[in-house]
Design a protein around this ligand. Structure first.
Ligand code: PLP
Length: 392
């Protein structure tokens, strides 16, 4: 390998080994996932789908796909097992964003209306940001959180009736509470809209049964595979069987070319790991750790959005602390603690500055951190913030 790239990989490995990683969307994959992802499967072209899939598709566009067909089918079967579902699944999306792109276009046209969570309340860029395709191609309307930071189901209902969206979207990147998919489904049904869930952040919690499942409620479910699911960087789309053909063709040929079979193999390995008792224990510990750390911040006098957490992350509101989100992120970086700045509900600063930080426990729980370790880190962060503000 080119020497300087090898050296840089080693340098990044050292950073990953030594830092306290609190970015809620990151994790550390197993050696087995790395092995699959680094394999010779990267050499194979396999546009299309395994020939005997149920969606009635045309099969592969290339010869020599016998082995990768087996891998992709196995991958699909394993993920259905993880989520205990008979939904159709497409494991080819290169990332969560392309999964959302394809999911939207599987049932919508340009200019159709989507009702999603507002961006500064914790939604993802692909949920309607003007800098994303979603904000450019669709008529986006948004629901808000209430004064305490919880999703305001009354507002969802009001906006649904007012705008008659063709699709209602639930799911977020920075929301620390349970999302009530059953209530969303009821509202979607009342106006005849499709109901889509983007479970990118909480997929692992759903797999382990510590968050209510969207299966049975949503028409389409998208996810990433590299966050709480602890697989390789990538995406997936699940859908009700009657939408299978639409979803498959929205991935290929509409929005992607050849699938990444080395990543699909990595996704299959991750699914096998998700089916173990160890994984379930891991996710339960992620949530326990998150609650412990969050409660410690509250004890120390910090404002937490919604006043707590039900999942793997929480949002610190620093607006009364004399430090901005970006200042906190950059200051903690110097102490090798990695977090990210985050907008808070009713944000007054630009997203580049922001008034809060997002903290997540999946990555360090993988490294073996327990409640006491996260409590210790909370005190360190508090100490560093106080020192920063004093010297400002
Ligand atoms: C992370 C995330 C995505 C996008 O995933 P990428 O793989 O980075 O494209 C989409 N939706 C939500 C809710 C996310 O948190």
């Amino acid at each position: 390998m080119v020497k300087d790239i090898l050296e840089l990989i080693e340098k990044e490995k050292k950073r990953q080994d030594e830092n306290i990683e609190l970015i809620a969307s990151e994790n550390f994959v197993s050696e087995d996932v790395l092995k699959a992802v680094g394999s010779i499967l990267t050499n194979k072209y396999s546009e299309g789908y395994p020939a005997n899939r149920t969606s009635g598709n045309v099969g592969r566009y290339y010869g020599g796909c016998q082995v990768v067909d087996e891998i992709e089918e196995k991958c699909c079967d394993l993920w259905r097992k993880v989520f205990n579902t008979d939904y159709h699944v497409n494991v080819q999306p290169h990332c969560g964003s392309t999964a959302n792109f394809a999911a939207y276009f599987s049932v919508l046209n340009y200019g159709d209306t989507i009702l999603s969570m507002s961006l500064d309340n914790g939604a993802h860029l692909t949920h309607g940001s003007p800098v994303s395709f979603s904000g450019k191609f669709f008529n986006m309307v948004f629901y808000d959180v209430d004064d305490n930071g919880f999703i305001d189901m009354e507002d969802v209902k009001r906006k649904a009736e007012e705008h008659k969206p063709k699709l209602i979207l639930a799911g977020a990147s920075a929301y620390s509470r349970i999302i009530h998919f059953d209530k969303f489904k009821e509202i979607a049904d009342s106006i005849g809209a499709y109901f889509m869930v983007d479970m990118a952040h909480i997929a692992g919690l759903i797999a382990a049964g510590v968050h209510p499942t969207p299966f049975g409620y949503a028409d389409i479910i998208t996810t990433t595979t590299h966050k709480t699911l602890r697989g390789p960087r990538g995406g997936m789309i699940f859908c009700k069987k009657e939408l299978a053909k639409k979803v498959d063709s929205a991935i290929f040929p509409f929005s992607q070319g050849g699938p990444l079979q080395h990543i699909i193999a990595g996704k299959a390995v991750a699914a096998e790991e998700c089916l173990t008792e160890d994984y379930k224990k891991y996710i339960e510990q992620v949530v326990k750790n998150c609650k412990a750390m969050c409660n410690e911040f509250i004890k120390m006098g910090y404002k937490v959005i919604t006043g707590g957490t039900d999942n793997h992350l929480f949002l610190l509101d620093l607006s009364d602390k004399g430090i901005t989100g970006i200042e906190c992120q950059e200051m903690l970086d110097k102490y090798h603690i990695t977090v990210n700045k985050n907008c808070i509900p009713n944000e007054t600063r630009s997203p580049k500055v922001a008034s809060g930080i997002r903290i997540g426990t999946p990555a360090m729980t993988t490294k073996g951190y327990m409640e006491k370790d996260f409590i210790e880190v909370a005190h360190k962060i508090d100490e560093y913030i106080k020192e920063f503000v004093k010297n400002k």
